[in-house]
Design a protein around this ligand. Structure first.
Ligand code: HEM
Ligand SMILES: *[C@@H]1O[C@H](CO)[C@@H](O)[C@H](O)[C@H]1NC(C)=O
Ligand SMILES: CC(=O)N[C@H]1CO[C@H](CO)[C@@H](O)[C@@H]1O
Length: 483
């Protein structure tokens, strides 16, 4: 009798669970039960568990120079467009170059930027990754202005070169081996802190901000679970500390109108169209967008180059040419200028190849604003859409030997709209020229004056943010110039 009772209890519980599951599925996949289903031709795939879906599999760390098992297996099983259940939403995943382009170009019309809500929690509701429509356009124009071509030529180039020289000198004096991953982050951070807040590298206020910022970064990239003790919680604290600091600076500047600053903060304060809250989020976000990504790109570049001494030789000879030319020019000015930068052709091949193989930003988050049909598949309104750039950049149908680092491939390649390391359309990265300039100038002084060796085997993993397991430790030696 007792056994029978147990059985009844188990059946009741199971029935209860099934009902809940059924309701959840109905809520999560309204499409499956509506009459539209028969008319809709969803991309193939399976959705996994209702709550978790396949997010865990999707985010499983993998070698940064591969698309990862999730993409490989699902693309070979279902094709380049398939459906899944990721980040809490039914999702269409795309490794299809044409669909990716279509999504980016139709921003605001058929698709819209849609990052997980935890991103908004930490980057702020005025973050450019969160904003859509007019407000996004407005913030974007401020960011673009800040990194305009004339700004790049007139002062960013000089600042980048100065910061490069400072950084390389400090590397030389540093205890070897040094971690390229953390040192490039300091380089790009110092550069941004100067442009945004007129902070100088090495000063206590800069170092304090940097420390706080690195805590913040850990939270941005960690699993966003808001419990005491998690890095997400710590990052939220860092966020408010950073914002408090910037707010204080703003107040001081309002009092001291006699001191003139020429940085992003002063420009947006003078402009007067943004509220204090908006300014704070903008500053935090440009600092965020502007240092992590380009530091990772630079780290990957030094890493890839090490395996190809011949590529380093070609790079070095390009930069030796530029340096010799500058020696002979009258009037003599050894600082790099825009013409020098434009002469760095092979360097740009190296940068492109680094971004193609390393995939610093591997995918972006979008959602469908209305029912969209593409290549015969239906993408229902409200579904998330993930254009996975990494899968396109490593696609053997588009690149010979895609897993091989081969900068020369760019010499014979037609410019392609499927190469989107910086995204595209109305949300194309506004810092892309700045990022390339940083890499090129840094490479110039590095290859001219130094050799570097890996002091311990290391590899880059995608978490999906790209990180080296051991921070990519190198030993650096100065070389004598032979010109
Ligand atoms: C190699 C380095 C970099 C890579 C790979 C990169 C990549 C990207 C990508 C893929 C997006 C688009 C995100 C989306 O569509 O959802 C983006 C947006 C953005 N990036 Fe970058 N980025 C880099 C460096 C920088 C730098 C140095 C800055 C300068 C401060 C910057 C500022 C921005 C901003 C402000 C946006 C938002 C643009 C908008 O929404 O209109 N990025 N970046
Ligand atoms: C690098 O890629 C961009 C974007 O596709 C392309 O326009 C450019 O020509 C490439 N540059 C070089 C030097 O290969
Ligand atoms: C949609 C789909 O079929 N997803 C599969 C993708 O690949 C992983 C394995 O890496 C499977 O667990 C998923 O079921």
């Amino acid at each position: 009798m007792a056994e029978f009772d147990n059985l009844v209890a188990i059946v009741v519980v199971l029935l209860g669970l099934l009902t809940v599951l059924y309701m959840v599925i109905k809520l999560k996949y309204p499409i499956c039960n509506s009459s539209r289903k028969t008319k809709m031709n969803l991309p193939p795939g399976n959705m996994g568990w209702p709550f978790l879906g396949q997010t865990v599999e999707y985010l499983k760390p993998h070698l940064a120079t591969t698309p990862g098992r999730f993409m490989e297996e699902n693309c070979s099983r279902h094709g380049k467009i398939f459906r899944s259940h990721l980040f809490g939403h039914p999702t269409v995943v795309s490794a299809d170059p044409e669909l990716n382009k279509f999504i980016l170009q139709n921003e605001g019309r058929l698709f819209e930027c849609s990052y997980p809500s935890t991103i908004g929690g930490i980057l702020g509701k005025w973050s450019m990754l969160v904003l859509v429509g007019e407000m996004h356009k407005h913030m974007r124009s401020i960011a673009l202005n800040f990194m305009s071509n004339s700004m790049l030529r007139s002062r960013l180039l000089d600042d980048i070169e100065m910061q490069t020289l400072l950084t390389l000198k400090s590397w030389e004096k540093m205890e070897q081996p040094l971690s390229v991953q953390s040192e490039t982050k300091k380089f790009t951070f110092n550069l941004m802190a100067k442009q945004i807040l007129s902070f100088n590298s090495g000063e206590p206020e800069t170092d304090d901000l940097m420390k706080e910022y690195f805590t913040f970064m850990k939270g941005v990239i960690s699993a966003p679970i808001n419990f005491p003790g998690t890095s997400y919680r710590r990052a939220l604290k860092s966020r408010s500390k950073i914002l408090e600091g910037v707010k204080k600076i703003m107040e001081e500047r309002k009092k001291r109108v006699d001191i003139h600053y020429d940085d992003l903060l002063s420009n947006v304060m003078k402009d007067g169209r943004l509220s204090t809250e908006q300014i704070l989020d903008l500053i935090l976000n440009i600092l965020f967008a502007g240092h992590e990504t380009s530091a990772v790109a630079l780290t990957l570049c030094l890493y890839f180059l090490l395996k190809f001494p011949l590529v380093i030789d070609s790079l070095r000879s390009e930069h030796l040419d530029i340096a010799r030319r500058k020696q002979q020019q009258e009037p003599k000015d050894l600082r790099l200028n825009w013409d020098d930068y434009k002469r760095m052709e092979f360097t740009h091949n190296v940068i492109n190849e680094t971004l193609r193989l390393g995939n610093v930003v591997r995918f972006v988050h979008r959602k469908a604003l209305r029912d969209v049909n593409f290549k015969g598949y239906d993408i229902p309104a409200g579904w998330k859409v993930l254009p996975v750039f990494a899968a396109v950049h490593l696609d053997p149908a588009l690149y010979d030997n895609p897993l091989q680092f081969n900068p020369q491939r760019w010499q014979k390649m037609e410019p392609s709209t499927y190469f989107t390391p910086f995204g595209g359309g109305p949300r194309l990265c506004s810092g892309l020229e700045l990022a390339k300039l940083e890499m090129a100038v840094f490479l110039h002084h590095l290859v001219l004056n130094y050799r570097w060796e890996m002091s311990e085997a290391d590899r880059a993993l995608a978490f999906p943010f790209v990180e080296f397991e051991k921070g990519f430790p190198i030993t650096l030696t100065a070389i004598r110039q032979t010109n």
